[in-house]
Design a protein around this ligand. Structure first.
Ligand code: ADP
Ligand code: 5GP
Length: 218
């Protein structure tokens, strides 16, 4: 069943490196057509298999900074020494296309989005203790100092967990994805989001009641 009301909202997913954000997002996108991934811009190198325009838009630092100066980024942050940012147009396009924008951003980005777009839903993804470091190492995308740097950032990110509206432990993937979906379904029905549509529906139902009463009184 689709939502009764069609207002969309950004969904911000944050969590330390290796918590499974990319994996959970991939699964969500394959299950729901009402979500669109926000392709960020970054100055980091592409990992094997990553394509510009699909996973990230890979930019030179100078180009990235120029776009920030021109106000093209909704938010941006320095994460592990590289720049990452959300192009403003991602949100505008998602809104006009009637889909929820799904953002994978760090905790700094989440703070900015929460202030700029109060209707955003914020979710923090945690790895289960025990499996986390082996998952991060098995991904194999960072080693040595780059891995060490991510672990340092992760420590700071974990301290921000309580700033988020929802927290999910990504122990079993299917269960983590199910929980995100439940949040989305719940948020779609939140009375505070629906405003005018709700009062229109209530008046239509009231009219139906009056019509039924007049019919019954005949
Ligand atoms: P992030 O995007 O948060 O840095 P990834 O999605 O790249 O994290 O996940 C890190 C590693 O953990 C990947 O190798 C991924 O396949 C693995 N992983 C993610 N979620 C799970 C899970 N629920 N169970 C087992 N492995 C997982
Ligand atoms: P990775 O290099 O592993 O893809 O991402 C590193 C970190 O950058 C993750 O915490 C991810 O959430 C964050 N990130 C990705 N895109 C953005 C963005 O557009 N803005 C911000 N602030 N962080 C981002």
């Amino acid at each position: 069943m689709t939502s009764l009301f069609d207002r969309t909202f950004p969904v911000v997913l944050s969590g330390p490196s290796g918590s499974g954000k990319t994996t959970v997002i991939r699964e969500l996108l394959s299950r729901r057509s009402d979500l669109r991934f926000s392709v960020s811009a970054t100055t980091r190198e592409a990992r094997p298999g990553e394509r510009s325009g699909v996973h990230y838009v890979f930019l030179e630092r100078e180009d990235f900074e120029r776009r920030c100066e021109h106000g093209e980024m909704l938010e941006w942050a320095d994460v592990h020494g590289k720049l990452y940012g959300t192009p403003r147009e991602n949100l505008e396009r998602a809104k006009s296309d009637g889909v929820h924008l799904l953002l994978d951003v760090d905790v700094q980005g989440a703070r900015i989005i929460r202030r700029a777009v109060p209707e955003a839903v914020t979710i923090f993804l945690l790895p289960p203790s025990g499996a986390w470091l082996s998952r991060l190492r098995s991904r194999g995308s960072e080693t040595g100092p780059a891995l060490e740097r991510r672990l340092r950032t992760a420590e700071a990110e974990l301290m921000a967990a309580e700033e988020f509206e929802y927290s999910i432990v990504n122990d079993e993937l299917t269960e983590a994805v199910r929980r995100v979906e439940s949040i989305l379904d719940g948020e779609e029905s939140r009375t505070a989001r629906v405003g005018r549509e709700l009062s229109q529906l209530v008046s239509a139902l009231e009219n139906e009641i009056s019509a039924a009463r007049s019919e019954a009184a005949k």
